[in-house]
Design a protein around this ligand. Structure first.
Ligand SMILES: Nc1ncnc2c1ncn2[C@@H]1O[C@H](COP(=O)(O)OP(=O)(O)O)[C@@H](O)[C@H]1O
Ligand SMILES: [Mg+2]
Length: 227
């Protein structure tokens, strides 16, 4: 399948069908798990990311990941946002400060935290922590953002602000989000990929997916036949 540039693709399917595993293939996070074997190719532009010469750190800077549970490091908000940049060797204090501001603004959390950047990120609410995690990914200036059920641990208000943020971000980024929330997918995505038991069953523009699903398994899923 293809993930069109500057669009939001939602990956859907019942729990356990392999969504997270597939998402992790897209920035080689599965490399960290010795038992995982990956077959096939993943193209980022004209580069197959599974070719042996790929620099994993550069790849993960280009293809950032936001996880299901917001897990900021036990540092200040500022240090969380610049963590990846510092790991990559960036030491220019002025650049780091500018990147913190622009990333927190893009993640729609700047106004809430700008006066408390030196406070622990873990003192924030779940929704705020999730946006700080998103800002940490944006600080690396990625091209693609992967999100694995980023709102499943959040209240409806926080979820709505994450959704609004993603819609605003897609003009600059290609976004791939795993969600098992049909309403969320219909609100924010441009295309949907539906998985079942490890297989990709159907990919379609969001409207077509809901109104004219082609595969019987998709129709069953939309009718609520799987978990
Ligand atoms: N392609 C695959 N081949 C073998 N096992 C897989 C594959 N994809 C997922 N799994 C396994 O299936 C289980 C559920 O996968 P996961 O990606 O967590 O599903 P989901 O995110 O859709 O709930 C995990 O134990 C995972 O290791
Ligand atoms: Mg999952």
């Amino acid at each position: 399948m293809t993930f069109p540039k500057h669009q939001i693709t939602a990956i859907m399917g019942p729990s356990g069908c392999g969504k997270s595993t597939f998402l992790r293939c897209l920035n080689r996070s599965n490399d960290l798990l010795p038992e995982v074997e990956v077959h096939g190719k993943v193209w980022l532009g004209d580069q197959n990311i599974y070719q042996p010469r790929t620099n994993i750190y550069q790849l993960r800077a280009r293809v950032g990941m936001v996880y299901q549970q917001p897990v900021p490091f036990p540092f200040t908000i500022f240090e969380n946002v610049v963590f990846g940049l510092k790991m990559a060797g960036q030491t220019d204090a002025k650049l780091l400060a500018m990147r913190v501001e622009s990333s927190l603004k893009a993640a729609a959390i700047w106004d809430e935290v700008k006066d408390r950047l030196q406070e622990p990120a873990q003192a924030l609410s779940g929704g705020q922590q999730q946006r700080v995690c998103l800002a940490s990914v944006l600080a690396m200036q990625p091209e693609v953002i992967l999100l694995d059920e980023p709102t499943s641990a959040l209240d409806p208000t926080s979820s709505a602000s994450i959704e609004q943020t993603l819609i605003a971000l897609k003009k600059d980024y290609t976004i791939i989000i795993v969600t098992h929330n049909l309403q969320q997918a219909s609100r924010i995505s441009d295309q949907i990929a539906f998985m079942l038991n490890g297989d990709l069953i159907e990919t379609a523009p969001t409207k077509t997916f809901f109104l004219q699903p082609q595969q019987p398994q998709t129709q069953d899923y939309l009718a609520g036949k799987f978990g």
